[in-house]
Design a protein around this ligand. Sequence first.
Ligand SMILES: Cc1cc2nc3c(=O)[nH]c(=O)nc-3n(C[C@H](O)[C@H](O)[C@H](O)COP(=O)(O)OP(=O)(O)OC[C@H]3O[C@@H](n4cnc5c(N)ncnc54)[C@H](O)[C@@H]3O)c2cc1C
Length: 477
Amino acid sequence: MEIKTLDQNSRKKIRKIVGKQYCSDQPEDLHLYSYDAMNRRYLPDMVAHPVDENEISEILRLANAEGFAVVPRGAGTGMTGGSLAVAGGLVVNTDRLNRILEVDEGNMTAWVESGVINGVLQDEVEKVGLFFPPAPSSMNISTLGGNAAENASGLRAVKYGVTRDYVMALEVVLPTGEIINTGSAAAKSVTGYDLTRLLVGSEGTLGIITKLLLRLLSRPESVRTLMAVFPEIEAASVTVAKIMASRVTPSTLEFMDRSAIRCVEDYLEPGLSDEAAALLLIEVDGDEVSVDQQASILQEICESAGALYVKKAGDESEAESLWKARHSLSPAIMKIRPLKINEDVVVPRMKIPELVMGIEMIAAERNINIVGFGHAGDGNVHANILVDPADKDEMAQVDGALKDLFKLVVSLDGSISGEHGIGIAKAPYMGMELSAESMELMRRIKMAFDPNNILNPYKTFDFEPSTKSREISRSYE
Ligand SMILES: Cc1cc2nc3c(=O)[nH]c(=O)nc-3n(C[C@H](O)[C@H](O)[C@H](O)COP(=O)(O)OP(=O)(O)OC[C@H]3O[C@@H](n4cnc5c(N)ncnc54)[C@H](O)[C@@H]3O)c2cc1C
């Protein structure tokens, strides 16, 4: 079915479903929903803020009958354009689905609506000594529905895993309007296909998540923070391998390469060391006694693997000062070049040295800046291509550098996206990692859920990068 723009008749029906005050087709409102954290802007025809699954169901039934696109949107912090209305249509914002419905201390679970902000849930469960491990850096602004749709992860993934590992059950409105429940509140269930795991990470293409049942853990009593600075990337990589092979699993194991260190040195002058070529930031958590033991073991591993020095934080403010270099990276990077293209590639963690050296080679061959940092513990390196949109020579290298990077990652048995998803940003490169047969099967799954292709069309598959019909601007070509 061909995707149509929203005509006046459909707009009238949407106003009736959600109420006039909860939808708009005024340009000043539409512009607010035309962008996310990617570099492109697409104007929707209308935005609606439904209050529950029933209103969303009515909207999707109408979309199927009348052939307009519906684009789910949480907080719009996605990095790959997933919430952009590339074919126009209706943006369905989940901001009114914002209730924590239940925190069950006995079962250690929480039922939430999908528009709840991750950090709001974190604060709520911490009050009763519980803990929701998935914590993307955007946790204070992104929604749990968006986290599930992207299968987001963050600093703690090395020990605790990703969002998918904490979603037990979902309430979802299918693209055709039916409301279904997936998964189970029981600790385990093997009844039928695991639709929960399929929907988590489906980037808003298979259904609109309205409620989630999340697994919680006991909050760790204490945290210890260490920073280790290395003269060579190889020594840091060997350390990562040794740490992961030891009996101590850090809750965080972050890595910064030479370019990232130089960036923060220039920006902050934290005096890391002229010889510093790699840096590891490590956290361990647990009870008071065990965190000290774990920290000592890891300090010894770092030192014996050739660290120039290791700093251990004695209290929270010292820990914060160790984190300063990592937290300053984003603003520091923007001082080098105004445009940052952030690729969240991931490789098996033993292959990080090959990835980092390969990235250095790509940067040298193409004469551009690429700064690498990320989650060494799970092999997820953020390769930031830094360019100036006004510099034609640099801009001419971007597409080639991306292809070189993805080719390198695939050759290392890695993946082109560790946490940000495909959206429209990486759709043109999916075939570099997945076989034609796998992609065809995914298309058939999409068709089974969404026969008229009205839910978030052109995401993940078949996005034509030159598509400009609904585009209003992009910060680079
Ligand atoms: C400063 C910053 C730091 C970040 N750090 C991290 C990080 O550490 N780790 C990480 O993984 N990501 C990170 N991100 C990316 C982003 O925050 C995550 O992808 C997040 O999960 C998106 O949530 P959102 O609510 O903003 O979703 P949106 O951006 O609104 O949407 C993202 C996708 O999910 C779909 N979607 C949204 N809600 C629903 C729903 N209820 N049902 C079905 N589909 C839905 C949308 O259609 C879209 O495809 C960061 C982004 C920023 C800007």
